[in-house]
Design a protein around this ligand. Structure first.
Ligand code: HEC
Length: 143
């Protein structure tokens, strides 16, 4: 067998083995969905819910390693920081914290993260959407 063939077989074999590594791509139950006016909810669902809720849409390419590892990590980390599906038992301290963090990422234009925007150009926030989300985040202080 030629060297090129052996290399190819090894690469294909590794690719197949990578596909067998189990991933935690689950959507746990929604405990309490964040309440927001419908226009705000639409923005959150379009731009944030894939990583910050239990209603993640897992597209076909999210199942294919090694990209699947990166996508799964973003969702697991994203939910850890902020989960709009588990918005129920926030006391005032928590909601102040969350409002602060949301305002901060919006001011800095940090979310959604760039790799996600490359695959979901429609999720990028316009200036008016950013403003609307900031207005909503400010209402969380009084909750
Ligand atoms: C592709 C996944 C993804 C999307 C979509 C996404 N985020 Fe995130 N988000 C993350 C990850 C990963 C982290 C944690 C690591 C970090 O801070 O970069 C995070 C962190 C955060 C944090 C916490 C920041 C901190 O300093 O702890 C806030 C607030 C946040 N995101 C808000 C949003 C909002 C609002 C949207 C929608 C406009 C959004 N995110 C969209 C992945 C995402």
């Amino acid at each position: 067998m030629s060297r090129a063939k052996i290399i190819l077989i090894v690469i294909v074999g590794l690719f197949i083995i990578l596909q067998l590594i189990p991933l935690n791509q689950t959507n746990p139950p929604v405990i309490q969905d964040a309440s927001a006016p419908s226009d705000i909810k639409l923005i959150l669902k379009t731009s944030c819910y894939d990583c910050h809720s239990n209603e993640t849409e897992w597209p076909w390419y999210s199942r294919i390693a090694p990209g699947s590892f990166l996508i799964t990590r973003d969702v697991v980390e994203g939910r850890k920081h902020l989960n709009f599906s588990e918005f129920s038992d926030m006391d005032t301290f928590d909601s102040t914290d969350i409002a602060d963090e949301i305002l901060e990422v919006l001011e800095e234009g940090k979310m959604p993260i760039i790799p996600y925007l490359l695959l979901h150009p429609g999720a990028s926030l316009s200036d008016s959407q950013t403003k609307a989300l900031m207005g909503w985040a400010n209402t969380l202080y009084s909750e």
